[in-house]
Write a protein that binds this ligand. Structure first.
Ligand code: PLP
Length: 476
């Protein structure tokens, strides 16, 4: 390094990063939404020999931007509707940069005092917005997957402690087997979480959902009755990944509690409906569950990584995640973050959430949810009205499904499946919009998920036009 003053060593690289970031964000409207660089091109460019000599920080940043060109998908922009992916609010992105600059170790109050307080405030604000009980404990995690681990491990603690088993000390060998009951629309991250906490995916019993994607009370009750005394977790959905279905919490939670089951709610994005008076009714009764998980990096538009776990039984939560060591200075007055989430050292992920919530306010959060739902509805119904398209699920919130029908004479369902994938690929290749696919009730569908604060009327029009043009091009 040529500059002898460390104090000024950061400025050139950070200045370059700021310029490149703005160039990127301000070109999202014009640039293709999908990646354009191939796997081999990216490998060729990035797998440079690691020489003996380093390079200047600004050169590293310039090269990184150049070498990744075409390999960055436009998920930060308003015409990305694949999977369930949010963008970043300006305040959240800026706070995330500061988080890296401050480089706090958010394990503990003593090494990150302001972060610890910011997380306390985030917990309070999030519970208010999401309609969760004020007494619930919470932990900030890398995403909903690790929030599930946090919540389900707390459930494991409580269910086994109730049967005289200390799982934190004795582990699961020889413990009563815990089962998890869920509709068959559960997200894969639940299975991952059951593996990580030692329950195994074999402990997950999936139940058929009804026509509206919900778990019926009679179906759940029959499953509970099969082993009425077994330690049981009932998983309910607040917004499933394909159609955004909500289980009927007001009916199912009291039912599960009659069998002393622990009720966990996966609300990765759907819990955010509570921020809007228009959609809040979907969550009626959800506050009576035992744990809830959601993401900041999806619908709240916080940069990755940002998930939240909430537990109605703080002592179960802390017994599960807490750890005391002699080298940590304990102070009764403060909340030690590492006692509420699976990680020890981690970034101060509270700052970005805090910034997003402050930028939005309650009104902004409601409007973000409503605008996304309106855009999803307009896109899905607009696309479904095109010749050769079929409406499969009209959005109730921000998720919907369409299918494209093959023009082949006597086309079979399998022809329609292939055609649906081909049309989706043609839209992707146009660079105008990005949708992803799913198999829903045995049929290939194109999913639309709108989670980005930037999606506006112009994006909706452009996206429908892109689908129309891909259909025309395929049909020709
Ligand atoms: C995305 C998603 C998850 C997993 O969340 P991550 O943040 O990716 O770990 C879980 N459940 C649902 C319904 C989701 O959409």
């Amino acid at each position: 390094m040529s500059d002898t003053s460390n104090a000024h060593a950061f400025r050139p690289a950070l200045q370059r990063a700021l310029d490149h970031s703005l160039d990127y964000l301000e070109a999202l409207e014009e640039n293709p939404v999908a990646a354009t660089a191939s796997l081999s091109t990216l490998r060729e460019r990035l797998a440079k020999p690691l020489g003996d000599e380093g390079v200047t920080a600004e050169r590293v940043i310039d090269d990184l931007v150049q070498d990744t060109t075409g390999g960055i998908v436009g998920s930060a922009g308003g015409r990305f509707f694949g999977w369930v992916i949010g963008g970043s609010l300006p305040a959240a992105l800026a706070a995330d940069w500061l988080t890296s600059a401050w480089d706090q170790n958010a394990a503990s109050f003593s090494c990150a005092p302001a972060e610890a307080v910011v997380e306390e405030v985030c917990g309070t604000w999030l519970k208010e917005l999401l309609g969760l009980p004020a007494h619930a404990s919470f932990g900030l995690t890398s995403g909903c997957q690790m929030a599930h681990v946090t919540a389900l491990a707390s459930a494991r603690h409580a269910l086994l402690a109730h049967r005289g088993w200390d799982v934190e000390r004795d582990g699961l060998f020889g413990a009563p087997a815990i089962r998890l009951l869920s509709s068959d629309q559960l997200h894969g991250s639940i299975s991952q979480a059951t593996r990580l906490i030692g329950m195994g995916t074999g402990a997950v019993q999936t139940l058929p959902c009804n026509d509206t994607g919900q778990l019926d009370a009679a179906v759940l009750e029959a499953a509970l009755q099969q082993a009425p005394d077994a330690p049981t977790i009932v998983l309910l959905q607040a917004g499933d990944l394909n159609i955004g279905a909500y289980d009927c919490f007001a009916e199912l939670i009291p039912l599960a509690h009659r069998y002393r089951a622990w009720v966990h709610v996966d609300g990765a994005f759907g819990l955010w409906a509570n921020a809007s008076p228009r959609y809040r009714h979907l969550l009626a009764g959800v506050e009576h569950a035992d744990s809830w998980t959601t993401d900041g990096h999806k619908w709240l538009n916080v940069p990755y990584d940002s998930g939240y776990a909430f537990v109605a039984h703080p002592e179960a939560h802390q017994r599960t995640m807490g750890y005391q060591a002699s080298y940590i200075s304990y102070n009764e007055q403060v909340r030690e973050q590492k006692d509420w989430s699976p990680e020890w050292s981690r970034r101060g992920r509270g700052f970005a959430t805090y910034a997003a919530l402050r930028q939005l306010g309650r009104g902004g959060a409601a409007s973000l949810i409503e605008r996304c739902c309106e855009a999803a509805h307009a896109i899905v119904t607009g696309v479904a009205a095109l010749p050769g398209a079929q409406l499969m699920w009209e959005p109730q919130i921000n998720q919907g499904l369409v299918r494209f029908l093959s023009p082949k004479p006597n086309a079979t369902e399998s022809d329609h499946d292939q055609w649906t994938d081909a049309v989706t690929a043609a839209i992707l290749a146009s660079g105008e919009a990005l949708f992803s696919n799913t198999t829903w009730r045995g049929k290939r569908c194109m999913r639309t998920s709108v989670c980005n604060w930037q999606t506006d009327d112009e994006d909706v029009k452009r996206s429908i036009a892109a689908v129309a043009s891909a259909l025309r091009q395929r049909q020709a």
